[in-house]
Design a protein around this ligand. Structure first.
Ligand code: NAI
Ligand code: MG
Length: 354
């Protein structure tokens, strides 16, 4: 197991240290090598995704990333900004499938904006396509032209999906569903968008290869409603880039705690980049108070999706549940009756629970 570790900026190094300690505690014979990405790479080399990091990332089976960015680099030209490093590595590794779980641990049921009875025990996975759709479709632009007899500015983007792009993301989603509750809901807007009729047709075709997974379809507007009405009806949801952008943010907020949410981005061979959903939290960087659980849970996803080590992944996830049940909380989700701990203590507790 070759893992490229990129702590990044802000709280990145603090939360990554805990994830690495958890992985080492599992005794997996993993080879971990550290590299620079983001602002720290800009400071050291002048570029956010330096060649040494490219080499490390390409040669590894998986990349574990903290977070990048911060006010220190906000004044730089666009190509030198830390975020460019993130876009660069995602593109370089051909990561087209974004997996975003939304899990509400029973102990955190009050952190959600929804009633506990609606969300307690929520455990869904949103699979979002990352490289196509209206975000990248050509032609695009804003131009002035004649419309109904007057000159007007016209803005346009084009929704395009090729068959192979739809097929490969659906494959990832079906395989993820096989590892979970064996229910897949494909979200589209086939009643008005022809592009997504193709999506629905291909979903039906791919489904034939996964007879053990139950496939359903839902229109995106209804899916947005259902996520807040009865989110527990879902197991895995799969959708295109734009709908997935919106629905995955909606779903993650049902859990109410940004410090708890891992994510994965995969290529066609299950090589992946794993990172917490949150950013570099400059406001609390260096204070030892950041919640390391999203990064620790990202490491669990890495074991599951890249290395097929389901048992090790579950060991981490169960350890996190145990620590929450013990009442330990970092500042981001501290409530009356729980014990406030720092980043390092939270890591210690997870390792003890393993
Ligand atoms: P953010 O997610 O870094 O922070 C939002 C709020 O949540 C802050 O109050 C922060 O303290 C808190 N928070 C985030 N993660 C936490 C954790 N693990 N434990 C406790 N509290 C936590 O988002 P923001 O403030 O919009 O962005 C800060 C920087 O991060 C920016 O430079 C932005 O570009 C970058 N960023 C990087 C991402 C990445 O590396 N994938 C994603 C999002 C933002
Ligand atoms: Mg978004």
């Amino acid at each position: 197991m070759k893992i490229c570790v990129l702590p990044g900026d802000g709280i990145g190094p603090e939360i990554m240290a805990e994830a690495v300690r958890v992985l080492r505690a599992l005794d997996l014979k993993a080879e971990m090598e550290e590299g620079l990405l983001g602002g720290c790479a800009v400071d050291a080399t002048g570029t956010p995704y330096p060649e040494a990091t490219q080499k490390l990332a390409r040669e590894a089976d998986a990349v574990l990333l903290g977070a990048v960015g911060g006010p220190k680099w906000d004044g730089l030209p666009r190509e030198q900004r830390p975020e460019r490093g993130l876009l660069g590595i995602r593109k370089d590794l051909n990561l087209f499938a974004n997996l975003r779980p939304a899990i509400l641990y029973p102990e955190l049921a009050n952190a959600s904006s929804l009633k506990p009875e609606v969300v307690a025990g929520l455990d869904i996975l949103i699979v979002r396509e990352l490289t196509g759709d209206i975000y990248f479709g050509q032609p695009r632009g804003i131009e002035t032209r004649e419309v109904d007899g007057t000159q007007q500015r016209v803005g346009w983007n084009t929704m395009i999906y090729a068959e192979y792009e739809i097929r490969r993301i659906l494959k990832v989603a079906f395989e993820a569903a096989q590892k979970r509750g064996k229910k897949l809901c494909s979200v589209d807007k086939m009643n008005v968008l022809e592009c997504t009729q193709l999506w629905r047709d291909i979903a039906e075709e791919v489904a034939k290869d996964y007879p053990d997974v139950e496939l359903s379809h839902m229109l995106v507007d209804n899916a947005a409603m259902q996520l807040v009405r009865a989110p527990k009806q879902f197991d895995v949801m799969v959708t295109g880039n734009m709908f997935g952008d919106i629905l995955s943010d909606e779903a993650s907020m049902l859990t109410g705690s940004i410090g708890m949410l891992p994510s994965a981005s995969l290529d066609a061979n299950n090589k992946g980049l794993y990172e917490p959903s949150h950013g570099s939290a400059p406001d609390i960087a260096g204070k030892g108070v950041a919640n390391p659980l999203a990064t620790i849970l990202s490491a669990a996803m890495m074991l599951r999706y890249t290395f097929n080590q389901e048992e090790a992944a579950l060991r981490i996830e169960n350890a996190v549940k145990k620590v929450l049940a013990q009442g330990l909380r970092t500042g981001d989700i501290h409530e009356p009756g729980t014990k406030k701990v720092g980043t390092r203590e939270m890591g210690d507790a997870v390792i003890a629970a393993l």
